[in-house]
Design a protein around this ligand. Structure first.
Ligand SMILES: C[S@@+](CC[C@H](N)C(=O)[O-])C[C@H]1O[C@@H](n2cnc3c(N)ncnc32)[C@H](O)[C@@H]1O
Ligand code: SF4
Ligand code: SF4
Length: 369
């Protein structure tokens, strides 16, 4: 039965907290009205337990707020570091990092990537968009980048009218502070509540640039990055051509990471697992994500791309193992095996779901958070 699996998710996303020290204008957190939520450490422990039987699990820590606002963020990373076969990475605005925190992070063996969201290449735009102190940020970035034990460091810009002319400067900034990669992310095209910052900057839907509108600029920045020996995340270019944010993830997972993740030749897998994975690939479900990943957001386990759907897998109290093969998950897998669109899927932002869902016509790009 391919709807119940004996292998574990390869990628897990944990949303550590809804609390954030910033109020970036484009973020759902800008209102500061999200209810306060910190992930329970028992979720981390479930994951640590699961990693014992799953080779090479990837854990990304990101979500609604900033991990550094979780009161036990260090303990969380410390526990993930007890696993033998796990890679962790986290997203942050970095402004709360002290020197001792940076030492702590770069001494962890499993933390391999840190992603810092910046959105601007100069102090004025940084203040307009993120409301933070750019000089302070640059000191922190340099401390991260030039630390003797630094691992992979990537910085990102969510592109909008305010910063669209700063892409090359952003590449220069990355080089200046010792980072290894930059990525440019298209802003979600959703209705935004207009915001006027104390310095008079106005953010509203007129700031939105759709992915195709920035594609040429990203190509240009990638060329510039090459000259500077800096990696510009070109995975995103493929996604941009397809216009959908989730298509980026889809392309990324299917074309690169997932192939590795599902590597059936991995010597570390039991023979029965290998044959289960072979059968699954042969059955060609419309999408493989419900066989490969899980996320913990707010009050429960979900498939990563279903984070905005109300229902959680197996209910709020389900453990990671229970959620993974819950009746709801089995039904979702069945539907995808039969090329039907599960109601949890989001045809507004997911190209695969849109193709499966014949009812969807004019609602694309208009997701409500
Ligand atoms: C919500 S944040 C959470 C993690 C952390 N606080 C940070 O800023 O990296 C995750 C990512 O979403 C991006 N983001 C925020 N609002 C967005 C929007 N409206 N469209 C696209 N990306 C957005 C942020 O820039 C960040 O890279
Ligand atoms: S730092 Fe991250 S979570 Fe916080 S407001 Fe900015 S984008 Fe949102
Ligand atoms: S929304 Fe559904 S079809 Fe789209 S990536 Fe997620 S699981 Fe796959």
């Amino acid at each position: 039965m391919l709807n119940t699996v004996n292998f574990n998710p390869r990628r897990i996303l944990l949303d550590p907290t809804s609390v954030c020290n910033l109020r970036c204008v484009q973020c759902h957190n800008a209102t500061g009205l999200d209810p306060i939520y910190h992930i329970d450490m028992k979720r981390v422990d479930e994951l640590v337990e699961m990693s014992k039987s799953e080779p090479g699990m990837l854990v990304s820590l990101t979500g609604k707020g900033d991990i550094l606002c979780h009161p036990q963020w260090k303990e969380m990373l410390r526990r993930l570091d007890t696993c033998d076969n796990l890679t962790s990475m986290f997203y942050t605005n970095a402004l709360l990092l002290k020197d001792s925190d940076i030492d702590f992070c770069w001494n962890l063996k499993n933390l391999k990537v840190m992603h810092v969201s910046i959105d601007a290449a100069n102090a004025e735009s940084y203040r307009n968009i993120r409301g933070g102190d750019f000089n302070k940020l640059k000191k922190i970035l340099s401390a991260l980048g030039f630390h003797p034990k630094a691992k992979a460091l990537r910085m990102s810009m969510t592109v909008m009218k305010e910063n669209v002319n700063q892409m090359k400067d952003f590449v220069d900034l990355a080089v200046e502070v010792g980072f290894h990669a930059v990525s440019f992310q298209a802003i979600f095209n959703r209705p935004y509540t207009p915001i006027k910052t104390p310095k008079g900057f106005v953010f509203d839907n007129s700031q939105v640039l759709l992915a195709p509108e920035i594609e040429d600029r990203v190509v240009e920045a990638a060329e510039y990055g090459k000259k500077k020996h800096l990696f510009v995340d070109t995975e995103q270019l493929g996604y941009m051509k397809d216009k959908h944010p989730i298509m980026f993830w889809h392309k990324f997972f299917f074309d690169t990471w997932l192939k590795k993740a599902m590597d059936i030749t991995s010597g570390e897998r039991e023979e029965d697992e290998k044959s289960e994975i072979r059968s699954l690939l042969k059955a060609r479900p419309a999408c493989l994500r419900p066989w490969t990943e899980l996320s913990h957001i707010d009050e429960g386990w979900r498939v990563c791309c279903m984070q905005f759907h109300d229902s959680v897998l197996g209910g709020k109290d389900a453990t990671l193992q229970e959620a993974w093969n819950s009746p709801q998950m089995q039904r979702i897998r069945d539907e995808l095996l039969n090329h039907k669109c599960p109601p949890e899927c989001d045809p507004v932002h997911c190209e695969i779901a849109a193709k499966l869902d014949t009812k969807i016509t004019d609602k694309r790009y208009h997701r409500k958070f």
